[in-house]
Design a protein around this ligand. Structure first.
Ligand code: LLP
Length: 431
């Protein structure tokens, strides 16, 4: 199985030690499952590896765009994680979960003045400032004489060969300010006269779903960022306290995906950073990373019920389920691969091939093409694995389809963390 929290008991698929067919029956489908113990395990892998290889002051900030709801922030608080927030909505949700905001970062390439003021009111720890517009906005919105801690988002000009929608560290990105063009240095010069901010360091994020095989992109990014930080410290006296290397570690969606060893990858990066800092004659800065996908992806699974089975003679087969691109738009958007299983018939031969399709009024509403499974019948349970990241958080109400609930599993017990949307929820803002 692609992750150790997935198993088989008799002919039923298990997740986090629980029978998925029984969970589908109890909570209904479509259904998002979250394995809380796996989320905690993934957090601890980062917490330990970063302390060990980057030093005591380093810490991971969970990139909550991957999955944002109250219970997740409660878990992050409990585990001692920082959090990366990218909108006032995420800030609001974290506040509702009583997250300690000093350990939060506020991202975004176009923060409005209202966003900036709200984040300040909430006591967000660091602004990850994308451009001069944001630095000006911080100055405009600052109500007291304290300085706002700012990390400048820069583009180191690295291309990790991931798919274009998520490659964010390239020079021509909409995010950050480019080092290569000299604009990052210009930004620093301007920022120095801004009384409302303290530049504490620099941020970059090369991309998402990145593996070691991509040619050490993190080492390349670290080299450029450290060189830039050292130069700014020497030439302009900007103390280089923090280096945030973003998120992006890849996860296994199918058996063909490689396995990324987080501890080993961070170990290699830590050794490189120490060496590089020694050569540059600077202290090793506090290192922050922002894992999202690798914290929650394999902690998630989605369950659906089979409805229509269509065999188009001489062409292809479709198995339609009671969810689709509204709860998981990733195949429709990126052609993402998933492992799809027939959860109630795990002991049967997979001798039928079909596209697993959603119920939206759109041909592109496919969860996964060419899935091998036992020939299903109406009412069978389809499980899509590794859906913890960018599924719930990217869900929509297209075709007025209510979002599924999130059920958390911890130590063999299931509990609802987010309720199923109702039809009443769908019209609650309609006047
Ligand atoms: N930090 C920053 C600044 C980011 O932009 C992102 C992701 C992360 C951290 C977390 O990256 P992760 O560890 O999750 O790879 N919707 C796409 C992914 C978009 C990622 C956007 N930024 C997907 O479903 O694949």
């Amino acid at each position: 199985m692609i992750c150790e929290n997935i198993g088989i008991n008799g002919n039923h698929l298990t997740f986090a030690g629980m029978d998925t067919v029984a969970l589908a029956e109890k909570h209904g489908t479509p259904l998002y499952l979250f394995d809380e113990d796996r989320v905690r395990h993934n957090c601890r892998v980062y917490l330990e590896a970063m302390k060990k290889h980057f030093g005591e002051s380093s810490f991971p900030c969970y990139a909550s765009k991957a999955a944002s709801f109250k219970r997740i922030y409660e878990i992050m608080k409990d585990e001692g994680m920082g959090i990366d927030l990218v909108s006032p909505g995420e800030i609001y949700t974290a506040m509702k979960a009583d997250f300690t905001m000093e350990k939060s970062l506020f991202h975004g390439n176009n923060k409005t003045d209202a966003d900036v003021s709200y984040a300040m009111e909430c006591g967000v720890g660091y602004f990850v400032a994308d451009s001069i517009y944001e630095l000006d906005a911080i100055a405009r919105c600052k109500k007291d004489s304290t300085k706002q801690k700012v990390i400048l988002r820069l583009t180191p000009g690295i291309d990790p060969h991931t798919y274009d929608a998520v490659a964010t560290g390239k020079v021509d990105s909409k995010f950050g300010t480019a080092i290569e063009t000299g604009q990052a240095e210009e930004l620093i010069k301007k920022a120095l006269s801004n009384e409302s901010i303290e530049i504490v360091g620099y941020h970059c994020h090369v991309g998402s779903q990145v593996f070691d095989s991509e040619g050490d992109v993190y080492l390349q990014a670290a080299k450029i960022m450290l060189g830039f930080g050292a130069k700014m410290q020497k030439e302009y006296g900007v103390a280089f306290k923090v280096l945030n290397l973003g998120g992006g570690f890849g996860v296994r969606y199918t058996d063909n995906d490689p396995y990324l060893d987080v501890d080993a990858t961070i170990g290699k990066l830590g050794a490189f950073i120490k060496e590089e800092c020694a050569q540059l004659g600077i202290d090793v800065p506090q290192i922050i990373m922002e894992p999202g996908r690798s914290i929650v992806a394999d902690a998630g699974m989605t369950l659906y019920s089979v409805g229509t089975i269509k065999e188009i003679t001489g062409y292809k087969n479709y198995v339609s389920i009671d969810g689709g691109m509204t709860d998981n738009p990733r195949y429709a958007l990126y052609g993402s691969k998933y492992t799809v299983l027939l959860a109630n018939r795990m002991d049967e031969e997979c001798d039928f091939v079909a596209d697993v399709a959603g119920r939206c009024c759109e041909s592109g509403d496919i969860i996964q093409p060419d899935v091998k499974m036992p020939k299903p019948v109406r009412g069978d349970i389809v499980a899509v694995c590794t859906t913890g990241a960018y599924n719930f958080s990217m869900a929509s109400n297209y075709n007025r389809i209510p979002r599924p609930p999130v059920v958390m599993i911890s130590k063999g017990k299931d509990s609802v963390a987010v309720k199923r949307e109702t039809y009443e929820d769908l019209v609650k803002n309609d006047i």
